[in-house]
Design a protein around this ligand. Structure first.
Ligand code: CU
Length: 282
């Protein structure tokens, strides 16, 4: 296993994650659909060049449910830390489009990373948020600047019903620069992962289920990683100190969690720096 073969495999992974992984067979998606939410979800519809989301939501822990058109979107919620009473969303989107990192005046809070429909619990304090798609189109621009961004205002009022406590977590997935910590043996069935970022860079969790007879090493070094594993769920990028909860419904088997956020210094995906972990589901 040489450095160049692992680099090639990860390049293949990134290409696939950008364009191919949403073609997973529907049977797989259906059998591992997230469990029912416990609070009223914040519904978001995302299509090519369009987004529908509420203008205003009550604060607290909210289930963000994104329904997509299958065109490879990566919706992420950003808290704008701008002190202005009406933040400059256009300027934020321009910065987001120009760089690989979250702009300095914003904090990434995650979003559903994998699949045509996904659920993630996110905490909304009063403030201004932008929900935008980070995928880049053929023109090199992020979808967020092509109509796939919405501002959500969270007023300083009482939390939504059920929103003052986070969901009960089954397992902790702690992210650091550059590794995952927490238990490696999980039980099958509906589970809720508490994902937190104790690192200095943004991180994400992508969870892939290894195919029968494939190992994590087969997947890591494969020319075509999807021959060896299918992405089933994930949380998009989250900034330092952010906590999110990801509902999953797992079958017994072997899984991998990994991060493709690019390193600030080298530009390499974090997975290449060691940010991947084997998970066994009993
Ligand atoms: Cu990472």
């Amino acid at each position: 296993m040489t450095g160049s073969s692992s680099a090639r495999a990860l390049v293949a992974l990134i290409v696939l994650s950008a364009c191919g992984q949403r073609d997973a067979p529907p049977s797989d998606a259906a059998s591992e659909a997230p469990p029912a939410p416990v609070v009223e979800p914040v519904l978001v519809q995302l299509g090519t060049g369009s987004i529908t989301a509420p203008d205003t939501i009550e604060p607290g822990w909210r289930l963000v449910r994104v329904v997509e058109d299958g065109a490879g979107h990566i919706p992420v919620v950003f808290l704008l830390q701008d002190s202005a009473s009406t933040p400059d969303v256009a300027a934020f989107l321009k910065q987001l489009d120009a760089g690989v990192e979250t702009p300095g005046n914003a904090l990434a809070l995650g979003g559903p990373e994998v699949g045509d429909s996904g659920d993630v619990f996110i905490h909304f304090a009063p403030g201004h948020y932008v929900l935008g798609c980070l995928s880049r189109g053929d023109d090199g621009h992020r979808h967020a600047v092509g109509g796939e961004a919405a501002m959500i205002v969270v007023p300083d009022v009482a939390p939504a019903a059920g929103g003052d406590t986070p969901p009960e977590a089954s397992y902790l997935v702690r992210m650091v620069d550059f590794a995952y910590m927490g238990p490696e043996d999980w039980e099958a069935g509906p589970q809720v992962l508490r994902v937190d970022n104790a690192g200095q860079q943004d991180h994400q969790v992508r969870m892939a289920r290894l195919k029968e007879g494939s190992t994590m090493r087969d997947w890591m070094y494969a020319e075509h990683p999807t021959d060896h594993a299918t992405d089933i769920a994930g949380v998009a990028r989250m900034g330092t100190g952010v906590v999110a909860y990801l509902p999953v419904n797992l079958r017994p088997g072997e899984y991998v969690i990994y991060c493709l956020v690019p390193d600030k210094d080298s530009g390499k995906p974090h997975a290449m720096l060691g940010m991947l972990r084997a998970i066994h589901v009993n």
